[in-house]
Design a binder for this molecule. Structure first.
Ligand code: AMP
Length: 175
């Protein structure tokens, strides 16, 4: 039987990647196992089944993997949030501070509309800076609701505190 513990055990921790001091959670060791991949997608989709999600917004690039599968499973559309200068048409852009330096993300200006119920998805919540910037982008469309989902959350970084109490956040695996 697959449990949250089996997912946790299948995720590889790589020390000092991509820089010293970071304990990188590598989900590829979980995603390559068909039964675990199916469990992640179906368990997450079940949680959102009755919520009327119309669009999954996935964050480049690891948010595209499960994000796309969730969109198909929930019969919703998929919208990419991408790194700068990758989207070909007109975009909204948001820059945000990282521990060192700055990052920028973009979304197409015609990606969402006010009728949408959005599920923002990324593979992992660390400090919450990326998700918060993506929410800022989504809010420009005045959508009906925003839900938030991660596969993994690093609880000790308290990224959730940046996003709550305004949003319902669902995470499968907590470290
Ligand atoms: P943050 O903005 O700090 O919440 O960082 C979230 C983004 O960075 C996600 O897109 C993750 O894929 C990536 N990330 C940050 N920290 C880690 C980590 N320790 N292991 C794996 N991915 C990480």
């Amino acid at each position: 039987m697959i449990t949250i513990e089996s997912l946790k055990n299948a995720i590889r921790t790589v020390p000092d990647f991509p820089q010293p001091g970071i304990q990188f959670k590598d989900l590829t060791t979980m995603l390559k196992q068909p039964d675990l991949l199916k469990y992640v997608v179906s368990t997450t989709a079940r949680y959102y089944q009755q919520k009327g999600i119309t669009k999954i917004v996935g964050i480049e690039s690891r948010g595209f993997i499960i994000g796309g599968a969730l969109a198909a499973e929930l019969e919703a559309g998929f919208v990419p949030v991408r790194k700068p200068n990758r989207l070909p048409a007109e975009v909204y852009r948001k820059s945000y501070a990282l521990e060192y330096g700055e990052n920028t993300i973009e979304i197409h200006r015609d990606a969402l509309n006010p009728d949408d119920v959005v599920l923002l998805h990324d593979d992992l919540l660390a400090t919450g800076g990326t998700a918060l910037a993506a929410i800022d982008l989504i809010r420009q469309f005045h959508v009906r609701e925003i839900h938030i989902n991660f596969i993994v959350e690093l609880d000790w970084l308290k990224g959730r505190d940046k996003l709550t109490p305004s949003y319902d956040i669902y995470t499968l695996v907590h470290f």
